[in-house]
Structure formats: C-alpha cells, structure tokens
Design a protein around this ligand. Sequence first.
Ligand SMILES: [Zn+2]
Length: 260
Amino acid sequence: MCDLWQNTLDETVPAGAISAQIDFALDQTERECCDLAKLQQIKLYNAGSFFDAQAIPEAEEAVISTRLAKFSRVIVESHPALIGDRCLRFRDRLNGQLEIALGLETVHPKALGKLNKRVSLGQFRDAAGFITRHDIALRTFVLLQPPFIPVDESVEWARRSIDFSQDCGATVTALIPTRTGNGAMDHLAAVGQFIEPTLVQLEDAMDYGVGQARGRVFADLWDLERFSSCTACFPQRRDRLAKQNDTQQIPARVTCPSCR
Ligand SMILES: [Zn+2]
C-alpha cells in the first residue's frame, strides 16, 4: 500500500550495514535539521518488517541498540505475523520505551483480504495483545479509502478501523489517505477500482478519531496537496490538520467561498 517496496533488496544486507545507515541518518539530521541532543524519539522504518530475520538479522540488534541508547522512545514497524519473543529481546536491549507499528489498513473484511496483507483481524488482535501485554506501545496504520471499499462508505470504514485500533490498545493511530504511485494502485485506478480520497473525507475521519479521545490519531500529511481540489483553501486546511496532529483537538472547520 505504500511505495517502500521500491527500496527492498533481494538479499540480506551485510553485517554492520544497518548501524552504518543509522549513523548516516543521525549525522545528516544533525547537519541539516536539528541538534541531536534535543531529540528524544526515533523511528526506524525499513522497507519491510524490523523483526524479519531476512531484513534485519537479530545478530545486528546488539550494535543497533547501542546507536539508540540516547532515545527515550524507539519506534519500529513490523508485520503482525512476526510479533513474538524477538520483540521482547529487542525491548530488553533498549534504554527507552519500545513502540511497534502494525499496519491494520482496514477492518473491512473483503477489502482487507483483497489487499493481500495475509493477516486476519483475529491475527492482528493477537499480535496487538502480545505487544500491549509486554509493556510495548502499539501504533497502527489505518488507510482512508483503500481499494475495494465503496467511496461513499470509506469514511465510515475508516472510523470503524480507528475504533478497532483503539480497542486493540493503540496509543497512536496514523490515518493515511490511500494514494496512487505504486504499481498495484495505479493499475486499480486505471481500471476504475480505486480513486484517491478527498481532503474533506480525511477531515471527517480525523475529526471522528480525535474526537474519540481514546488515543492519539494522526493524519499523514505527506504529499497532502494531491487530495485537495481547491488551491484557495488548501494552505489553511493543511495547517488545520497539522494543528490537529499536534494538539489532538478539533479546531473549527475551514470554510471556503471558492469550493464551499
Ligand atoms: Zn476551497
């Protein structure tokens, strides 16, 4: 559902490559962005699952964890099927809190099956339960308007998916408007089985999720402009969503004379 697969490799990287990447990223961050000493949280998202032995051999974790010693929170992503004892060993290596992100995508039963995630809602719930039982924080990804869900039902399914995520104990639910730009989505769009959601739908789903006040809900703002049909109000609406992410409040909706 994202374009990260474009960066996946056919073979496992050599020993030391991952910690070298982390060093590179931290160095770039300090040079171009901010004082590392002030940063407290780090996300390590690979183009797959952190706990996939083919992607990140467990033998690498000792050296990886030394790079993470200063952070109070470490966030990694994994497929639910790979949640197990390895997560606990990694948790125990960290000074900070471990948070694991799982892609829920949607609770729409047919759409979830067709998305080829190879995970059922029951398996997702079990993985989430394992995480939360073991003092690991849970973050989930929910897709707004993935393919195979009727457009006029997509906000309602996003709401139900946010509910399910929070029922599973997620402290963060990241709401991602589904976009074209990878092969599968482009094909479905070309044959009329997928269209991208609108900014209004994202606002509707966000207002619901934040309004539940059961855990933080974040709108993914990357490349947001593509979901807007009006240049007049877009900057204000983007800023409103950004503020919503930061404050977890529901500001008044933007009204626009150009697009109503
Ligand atoms: Zn407008």
